[in-house]
Design a protein around this ligand. Structure first.
Ligand code: SF4
Length: 90
């Protein structure tokens, strides 16, 4: 598998009129460990973490580290990129 787009959060501070993120609904339960286990099995060449706005996800660092750990189990390094507007409070 080449690429996976992982929507880590549905939160966003902006309201772009063309946004399709809201089509996916609001993330109610974040079962990220299950998702990252699945990503670890597929081990795509590239993982794009988006949203919503991924920088608003308080678990973002933990999720990235979990992905790195999954790849390291196979002596590999993941290629991770963020799809972000950069719009966040922090
Ligand atoms: S920044 Fe991205 S997620 Fe946020 S409203 Fe705009 S298109 Fe949607």
């Amino acid at each position: 598998m080449k690429n996976i787009c992982y929507e880590s959060t549905s939160k966003c501070l902006l309201e772009c009129p063309y946004c399709i993120s809201s089509d996916n609904g609001t993330l109610i339960q974040d079962n990220y460990q299950e998702i990252i286990n699945f990503i670890g099995k597929l081990r795509p060449e590239r993982i794009v973490i988006g949203g919503g706005e991924p920088l608003l996800d308080p678990l973002l660092k933990e999720k990235i580290q979990l992905i790195i750990n999954k790849y390291q189990e196979n002596n590999e390094k993941p290629y991770i990129s963020l799809s972000t507007s950069g719009a966040c409070k922090n």
